[in-house]
Design a protein around this ligand. Structure first.
Ligand code: PLP
Length: 391
């Protein structure tokens, strides 16, 4: 069965051009980039080129790019560093809808005596900037807010948020893992101090990330040891993956227009058709500024997992808005923070497209999903009540 892959916010296909770029750096050009000899030197040259490509996509300088192992490491490194840089500041601000890479770390900090404020969102998932303004004070070490939400695609006004944080002397970090490659980012005209990137969300392999660190921003490394990455991240560079990420960033720049035209048009067509053909459905985050590739749709009176299973039988890959905790399916913290009613949050499905998504794939989902929802509603007591009320 050929897959119809609409789960690109979970991970993406490695672009074949990206794979070809990194291929020689495993079995042939396997030198250590830090070695003095020519064999390591040629890898170092390619790592430098990758750094330039990443910097170009972010509108950054090459010395502001630190390669890490993943988005999670970049998030952890940014927050931990701020706390070490400002030992007297004991307050951290984040939002209620962050990825666990940020949220878990922040919640753990409360056990170490830190004050942690989680800023809320409205029913469309928009950040409450007034709440942020009221929360930042001279005790705040860092404000960490995501650029775009992985579940709903809702985009936060990170530049305004950064200005608010910096007015009180706090550092500002953004988890831009879902934003990079999908929307334009220009760190040269920004006041954000730190930004996280993950390779596998933009058609590079898993296990490579970046922490952007604005020049002059005080920093304490998370991993210490060797002098790699100008002593800001010890550990022999994952050269092949770094080279892949460089190529992926170059391609992301080239395809950015496609992301915002073709991919967005497919996303809009998918959600418009599903909203028109399926009663009692709603778009989570509707009305907010959203990523062009993402739509999260709640289908009332059905279980998201049941939808996913039936979609999967047809080869369609998407994801749900629930997390399996201790055997029970809880609506995700993001949908709960938005106040999405329980009956809707349970039946939420996220479709996330990419430049590899085809029109035929979208047509297939538009054709198949309405009958899946109808079947599932017939199987559930609330669903049957609802269907009866429709006739
Ligand atoms: N932040 C966001 C918003 C994400 O969506 C993800 C991955 O899903 C991460 C961080 C973690 O990135 P990685 O898988 O590279 O650790």
């Amino acid at each position: 069965m050929k897959e119809i892959y609409l789960d690109n916010n979970a991970t993406t296909k490695v672009d074949e051009a990206v794979f070809e770029e990194m291929r020689p750096y495993f079995c042939e050009l396997y030198g250590n980039p830090s070695s003095m000899h020519f064999f390591g030197g040629q890898v170092q040259g390619k790592v430098n080129e990758a750094r330039q490509r990443v910097a170009a996509l972010l509108g950054a300088s090459t010395d502001e790019i630190i390669f890490t192992a993943c988005g999670t490491e970049s998030d952890n490194a940014a927050i931990r560093s701020a706390l070490e840089v400002f030992p007297d500041r004991r307050h951290v601000i984040t939002s209620r809808v962050e990825h666990p890479a940020v949220l878990t770390q922040c919640r753990n900090l409360t056990q170490k005596g830190y004050r942690v404020t989680e800023i809320g969102v409205d029913s469309a998932g928009r950040l409450d900037l007034e709440e942020l303004k009221a929360a930042v004070d001279e005790d705040t070490a860092i404000v960490s807010l995501m650029w775009a939400n992985n579940e709903t695609g809702v985009i936060f006004p990170v530049e305004e948020a950064a200005a608010i944080a910096k007015a009180k002397g706090a550092l500002f970090h953004t988890d831009a893992v879902q934003a990079v490659g999908k929307i334009k980012i220009d760190m040269a005209s920004s006041c954000i101090d730190m930004l996280s990137v993950s390779g596998h969300k933009l058609h590079a392999p898993k296990g490579i990330g970046v922490l952007y660190l604005r020049r002059g921003t005080p920093f304490r490394p998370f991993l210490v040891g060797g002098h790699q990455e100008k002593s800001r991240r010890a550990g022999t560079e994952n050269a092949g993956a770094i080279i892949a990420l460089g190529k992926a960033c170059e391609l992301a720049g080239t395809y950015m227009d496609i992301e915002n035209s073709q991919v967005k048009a497919q996303r809009d067509r998918l959600q418009d058709a599903l909203m028109a053909s399926i009663p009692n459905a709603r778009i989570n985050g509707e009305g907010a500024d959203r990523l062009p590739n993402t739509t999260s749709i709640a289908f009332e009176f059905v279980e998201g997992e049941a939808i996913l299973l039936l979609l999967s039988e047809l080869g369609i890959c998407a994801s749900s808005g629930s997390a399996c905790t201790s055997g029970s399916l809880e609506p995700s913290h993001v949908l709960r923070a938005m106040g999405v009613p329980f009956t809707c949050a349970h039946g939420s499905i996220r479709f996330s497209l990419s430049r590899f998504t085809t029109d035929d794939e979208i047509d297939f989902v538009i054709k198949e999903l309405p009958s899946i929802i109808q079947r599932l509603r017939q199987m559930s007591p609330f669903g049957r009540e609802f269907l009866k009320s429709q006739v």
